[in-house]
Design a protein around this ligand. Sequence first.
Ligand code: ADP
Length: 237
Amino acid sequence: MISIRNLKKNYDGEGAVTTALEDISFDITTGEFVAIMGPSGSGKSTLLHILSFLDRPTSGSYAFQGKRMQDLSDEELARIRNEEMGFIFQSFNLLARQTVYENVEIPLIYNANIPPELREARVRAAVAAVGLDDKLYEEAGKLSGVQKQRVAIARALVNQPNVIFADEPTGNLDSASGAQIMEILARLNESGHTIILVTHETYTSEFAKRAIHIKDGRIHSDGPLTRRRTSKSDFIK
Ligand code: ADP
């Protein structure tokens, strides 16, 4: 699904160039649950921005679903991003005054492939998948943090994307709430969703099946995670 080779990213500053990614290569196949890990400043956000088509690499290649990024226009990248990728952020990024229903519906409004009459069923199914059926018409701003993140997961799911990017999804949550979110992501992965998680927290990454550690813009290690956390009591410290 994802194939990157010798990816490099420089940021040009005033008189100085920062190399955020030095030489990154890996493949991610459908159905994987990958944690991209590393300390602050290691290049995680830069890598995520490129993988999710927000930014282009300085050199190297990136193919998503067999399509090479260098062959795609900015318009095509935006369309693929809207229709084939789902996003979950640390800060939830919900519209506080809108209902759960309205928040989850937003990606469908921008998806020309889904006729309006199919939207309601899609929204209800996505909200049911995160167990928030009873909150459908509540204002998002009135929900608890973990409920907001569940709404964000429903919004990420509603277009039935090929991949879900989760950027520090537990960063604003206490550990019990973080565990709930990670259990939902693990469950979605078990049912076939490809998930790419960016985190600097080891306990969050342990829900993934593979960890790619980056350090100073290079891959430090890349391999399977064998120990899956199985219960909440194992997780809550
Ligand atoms: P992480 O997400 O792991 O904290 P980043 O990808 O944000 O790492 O940053 C990697 C490096 O690139 C850092 O040295 C950072 O200062 C630099 N950097 C990130 N974004 C920019 C930018 N827009 N302009 C200049 N330098 C940047």
